[in-house]
Structures are given as structure tokens and as C-alpha cells.
Design a protein around this ligand. Structure first.
Ligand code: HXC
Length: 525
């Protein structure tokens, strides 16, 4: 009887053989296929992302149960996705990484179950989840079963939204309905040349519309990061993409109930030469521009920050940085691009960022220099009313500490929207260079004194216009009318700003605010 039971040593050897099949043999094949396409394998990507030796793989023996199209003759272990957990810089995350070398990384029943399981684990332990996408989408042989898993994944992404940070890496194709799972996640990074995302690929586009377009033109990393805004970062290569994700994770809490990691505060408690340089940042002429990125760098620890969506709507900067060792989300108009105007893309970009920060307890630092909303038929027909409203909604709903600095222009709707007191900012500051008004002085005089100016002899018109503009600027153009009413708490010297912002954020650390209970709001979508 005894001799029919496999010996322990045999069973252990059998496990080793199976693991060899899952990891070494499959990996050799994966390396051949992936490297030929200039891509890393699913396991190599996990290896680079996680701390060495920290990866714990789940379900490595999962196999599909499909018998259609001769699938029963080919049942590889793992089923085209590697899932598990490990650490990044010592902090727990969950990860899934699609393996394009197995059924094109497509999602079927077994691989779907694996992804859902690791998502559920991330939710139950409260840690970020990183999904590495490289897939032909729904597994065609498995039919509706694979569609079911995409929908299940989308539901989990939605439920996890605002609870755990979700990051998507697009490292190859991501097509069809498969794009919607990454779209729901908080941040998406794409790799130049080797990745693309689209709802319908070039062949379908050609068949339906007759348009000839390449995969890169349709949904490559350049298009998605600059024009469509579906990618928050465009990486030069896979290593760059992984580094960006690691950097991003270092700013984020594990979940919505925890604080972001805190780093040592070695910032200077006195005005530094870099602070003094801020006194010269804003040029004398209102028509001259400057780089808002310099102010962002001056206000955050070590001048270090990480932009999200840097190539999309560059008239708005959204970035994570730290002030006295603690994460802040910076939202800033960039006068270098379109004078920092608010348009549809900038509004949506900032609104989503503000909502992310609010969901994860990250204080907001707003730097305003905004001439208002962009006029024009493109914007109006594109829905700037509904889409621009998102930013008002997001700021108003945000209960995290909110500190705003008006640097120069804060005109019209731009004043109201960019983290104003009226939308619930806790501390509002303005530089003496601030121009808080319904519109710029030139435009205001044109409207208010049009008739009077028209009646003047032409030779006197310019001089009177100049005088009226000066008077308007004097009375309405500065920060003092707003300060008089308490809309601005402090008018600060630029060189004092870093210290004042740090002090404000420190004061606000214990802020608690709750809004009326409701099922959920109805943000204009
Ligand atoms: C099963 C697939 C597959 C899929 C690729 N493969 N996609 N197997 N289901 N969806 C397999 C291929 O048969 C091939 O197998 C291997 O993966 C590599 O594919 P190639 O075509 O050789 O690679 P490449 O030339 O790089 O092209 C990649 C690709 C192309 C552009 C992704 O494979 C493709 O167009 N696939 C179909 C994409 C698609 O229409 N998916 C459905 C989307 S709808 P062998 O054995 O030859 O190596 C969807 C709905 C989600 O996802 C619903 C959400 C609600």
C-alpha cells in the first residue's frame, strides 16, 4: 500500500518541476517573444517594480477550463497574467502583470479570477494596486466569459476608487473595452513607441470610416499624454515608466484612512536666497510671462515635485510635492502656456487631481495666475460650461486643508475657481503683485468708459484711456480690495511665501470638516 503513495521527496520534486515550468521555462519563451518586440516580460516588470525578493506570487498554477477552438490542448500555467503582492520602498502593494506571451495576455476566466482576487486582496488590506497592461483584450475563444471579467474588474476599480490608489501601466496593446479599467484608475502611464490604447483599432476604423491611421497615431503614448489626456505620464521606456510609478507611490498613502508617508523635515526655517529670488519672479509688465514651475519648486522641499499630466493642458500644473516632509498636491496656473488660461482640458485635469488629493487626505496648495476662462466657439461647443464646472465642484467638495496663493492675475471666473476663499480655502494669501478683479484694467476701462472715450477728440483718447486704466488698476487691480473684505487672509512678500505656506499647512494639520451626508453628489460629467 505504502509504495503507491508518492514519497514526500517525490512530491517536493514534482512541485519544483511545476514551478520550473511556470517560471523558468515559460519565462524563457516570454523573453524570446517580448524582447523581440522591445518589451520586458510580465515577470521582469514586476521584478523591477518591487523591492528585490519581496514578490509573493498567487495562483501560479491557475489554468483555463475552455475547450473551444482546441484550447483544451493548450492549458499553460498562470493563464497569461502574473499576480501577487510585494513591497515598493518597504511599503505593501498588490500587482497584476499581463503576460502577452500567453494568449496575447488576453483575459479569460482563469486570468480574470486571478486579477479580481488580487484586487480584492488590495481592498481588504488597504494597499495600492498596480496593473501592468499588455494584452489583446478579451480572450476571443472564451467569449462572453471574458467580457464578464472585464466588467467585474471595472466594478472593482470603481469601488476601489477613493479607497486605495490605483495605478495602470500600459506596456503594450490595450484595446477595446479593456481600456476602461485603466481609465477608471487614478493614474495611467504609457511607454513611447511600444504601447497604445484605443477603443477601436486601426482595422475597425478603416472598415467603418475609411480613415487610414496607424496604432500610434490613433492611441500611442504621445496622443494619449498630450491630446486625449488618458495617460498621466509618457515614459521614454519601461524602466522610466516603472521609476515614475515608484516615485508616485512614495507620495501616496496606502489607503484613504492612512496618512501619506512622512519624510524628515530638513527645510530652512529662515528666508533663503532661493526665497529672495521670488521677489523678482513676477515681471514688471503684465504682458511678460514667467515660469510658474519656479514657484512650485521654491515652495516644496528640496525643489522636488512630480507632475501628473505634464504634457496635457500645460496651462495648468498638477503636481505632488512635499512641504516639511508631508505630501501636498499643487494646482497652479502656468502663465507660460496660453497665459495660464482655464480651458476644458485644464479644468478637467485639475478637477480630477483635486478629487484624488481630497479622497486621500492630501492637502491642496493652489497657485493662481489666471486670466479667466478661454473664450471661443470651440470651448463653448465643447462644453466648457459643464466641464469647467467640475473644478468648482471639486474644490468645493474637498475637505482637506486648502491653501491658496494669488501670485498675479486672478480675473473673473478664474479668481473664483482657483481655490478661492469662497470655495472653501482655509488660508488665502496674495502677493502684492496680485491683480484680483473681474477683468484686466484695459478691458474694464473699455467697457466702463466706452461712451466717454468715444466722445473725446481722438488726440486726447489715448491719454485719458491710460489715466483711467491706471486709476482702475490702483483701486481694483491689486489684492487690497479682496484683503479689505477678508477674501484674502494675508498679503505676503513673495520671499516669505514658503515659510507662510509651511506654517499654514502645519496649522491646518488637525483640520476636520464633514459635508452633509448623502449617497453621493452629482458632479457634472
Ligand atoms: C485571444 C489573442 C487575443 C485575444 C491576441 N491574441 N489577442 N488571443 N484573444 N483577444 C493572441 C494572438 O492570437 C497571438 O497568438 C498572440 O496573442 C499574439 O498576438 P499577435 O496578433 O501575433 O500580436 P501583435 O501582432 O503584436 O498584435 C497585437 C494585437 C492583436 C494588436 C493586440 O493581437 C489584436 O488585434 N488582437 C485582438 C484584439 C481585440 O480585438 N480584442 C478584443 C477587444 S474587445 P499566437 O498563438 O499566434 O501567438 C475587449 C472587450 C472588453 O477587450 C470588454 C470590457 C467591458
Amino acid at each position: 500500500m505504502d509504495e503507491l503513495v508518492p514519497a514526500t521527496a517525490f512530491r517536493i520534486a514534482d512541485l519544483a518541476a511545476r514551478q520550473d515550468e511556470v517560471v523558468r521555462i515559460a519565462e524563457k519563451r516570454a523573453i524570446d517573444r517580448q524582447h523581440a518586440k522591445g518589451k520586458l516580460t510580465a515577470r521582469e516588470r514586476i521584478g523591477l517594480l518591487l523591492d528585490p525578493g519581496s514578490f509573493v506570487e498567487l495562483d501560479q498554477f491557475a489554468r483555463h477550463r475552455c475547450a473551444e477552438f482546441g484550447m483544451d490542448a493548450n492549458r499553460p500555467y498562470g493563464d497569461g497574467v502574473v499576480t501577487g503582492h510585494g513591497t515598493v520602498d518597504g511599503r505593501q502593494i498588490c500587482v497584476f502583470s499581463q503576460d502577452f506571451s500567453v494568449f496575447g495576455g488576453s483575459m479569460g476566466e482563469a486570468s480574470g479570477e486571478k486579477v479580481l482576487k488580487v484586487m480584492d486582496l488590495a481592498m481588504s488590506i488597504g494597499c495600492p494596486v498596480v496593473g501592468i497592461n499588455d494584452s489583446g483584450g478579451a480572450r476571443i475563444q472564451e467569449g462572453v466569459v471574458s467580457l464578464a471579467y472585464y466588467a467585474e474588474l471595472g466594478r472593482r476599480n470603481a469601488h476601489a476608487s477613493g479607497v486605495i490608489p490605483q495605478i495602470s501601466m500600459i506596456m503594450g496593446p490595450c484595446a477595446g473595452g479593456a481600456v476602461y479599467a485603466p481609465a477608471i484608475t487614478d493614474f495611467t502611464v504609457m511607454v513611447e513607441e511600444t504601447s497604445h490604447m484605443f477603443v477601436t483599432g486601426p482595422d475597425v476604423v478603416r472598415a467603418v470610416t475609411g480613415e487610414r491611421v496607424t496604432a500610434q497615431e490613433l492611441g500611442g503614448a504621445v496622443v494619449q499624454s498630450e491630446i486625449a489626456g488618458n495617460a498621466h505620464h509618457r515614459a521614454a521606456d519601461e524602466e522610466d515608466a516603472i521609476e515614475w510609478v515608484q516615485t508616485l507611490l512614495a507620495y501616496l498613502p496606502a489607503n484613504n484612512l492612512e496618512l501619506p508617508p512622512e519624510y524628515a523635515d530638513d527645510t530652512e526655517a529662515v528666508v533663503t536666497p532661493a526665497d529672495l529670488a521670488l521677489d523678482r519672479l513676477v515681471p514688471d509688465s503684465p504682458n511678460q510671462t514667467y515660469d510658474m514651475a519656479e514657484l512650485v519648486a521654491a515652495l516644496v522641499d528640496d525643489g522636488e515635485y512630480t507632475e501628473v499630466h505634464s504634457a496635457f493642458a500645460p496651462n495648468m500644473i498638477c503636481a505632488f510635492g512635499r512641504v516639511q516632509g508631508r505630501t501636498v498636491g499643487v494646482v497652479a496656473n502656468q502663465p507660460r502656456h496660453q497665459a495660464g488660461v482655464l480651458d476644458i482640458d485644464a479644468s478637467e485635469k485639475a478637477a480630477r487631481f483635486v478629487r484624488f488629493c481630497d479622497a486621500f487626505g492630501i492637502p491642496l496648495l493652489t497657485l493662481a495666475d489666471v486670466p479667466g476662462y478661454l473664450p471661443g466657439t470651440d470651448q463653448e461647443r465643447g462644453g466648457i460650461i459643464r466641464r469647467g464646472a467640475k473644478l468648482i465642484y471639486a474644490y468645493s467638495e474637498a475637505t482637506v486643508p486648502k491653501v491658496t496663493v494669488v501670485v498675479r492675475k486672478a480675473y473673473g471666473g478664474g479668481y473664483a475657481v482657483m481655490g478661492s476663499k469662497h470655495l472653501g480655502a482655509d488660508v488665502t494669501m496674495a502677493w502684492p503683485t496680485a491683480e484680483i478683479a473681474v477683468m484686466g484694467a484695459e478691458g474694464a476701462v473699455q467697457v466702463l468708459h466706452r461712451r466717454e472715450l468715444a466722445e473725446l477728440p481722438p488726440q486726447r483718447r489715448a491719454a485719458v484711456h491710460r489715466r483711467l486704466t491706471e486709476e482702475y488698476r490702483e483701486r481694483h487691480g491689486g489684492p487690497y480690495l479682496a484683503a479689505e473684505r477678508g477674501y484674502i487672509d494675508q498679503v505676503v512678500t513673495p520671499s516669505q511665501t514658503r515659510l507662510q505656506v509651511a506654517r499654514a499647512l502645519r496649522t491646518l494639520r488637525t483640520k476636520r470638516q464633514t459635508l452633509p451626508a448623502k449617497k453621493h453628489g452629482n458632479i457634472p460629467l
